[in-house]
Design a protein around this ligand. Structure first.
Ligand code: HEM
Length: 120
């Protein structure tokens, strides 16, 4: 689906060994920092023509700042997902979000009749 997104801040663009990047990112010659991430994330296919990233973009600057802060925190926290050689694949059966890690299973399940099933 994509290169490991975790640990991307401070990494050279297009540099994960073994991932087949678009020419755009493979030939990019910069390190991901706040300003490059803001540019990329605002509108990936417009600001980085040719990118293969299937993500529409985030027009709200605060949203982008939140995501970038999250990426920084992930790195700072030394998350196991960010360790060199870590298997980015979660254990089988785990729900994951795009950025990795378990996503909580919903406890209140909506029924089609409008009522909600509470946790048992
Ligand atoms: C807010 C969410 C996202 C952020 C912050 C983000 C960020 C990034 C960054 C910084 C890169 C460059 C990585 C590098 O140079 O190694 C990248 C590449 C990529 N991402 Fe994302 N991404 C997001 C969502 C997604 C989603 C939802 C998908 C897939 C459905 C995706 C698929 C990819 C792919 C395929 C590439 C490689 C692009 C290329 O070779 O041109 N990303 N992403």
């Amino acid at each position: 689906m994509g290169p490991p997104h975790c640990g991307v801040l401070g990494r050279k663009a297009g540099s994960i060994e073994g991932f087949v990047y678009s020419d755009t990112l493979r030939e990019a010659n910069f390190v991901w920092d706040d300003s490059h991430l803001h540019d990329f994330l605002t509108f990936p296919i417009m600001n980085f023509p040719g990118t293969k990233m299937g993500f529409a973009g985030m027009f709200d600057e605060n949203d982008r700042s939140d995501v970038i802060a999250f990426l920084k925190a992930e790195r700072a926290a030394d998350s196991p997902m960010c360790q060199p050689g870590a298997d980015p694949a979660p254990p089988p059966g785990t729900n994951t979000g795009e950025l990795g890690g378990p996503v909580p299973t919903p406890t209140h399940i909506p029924r089609s009749d409008g009522t909600v099933k509470a946790p048992s």
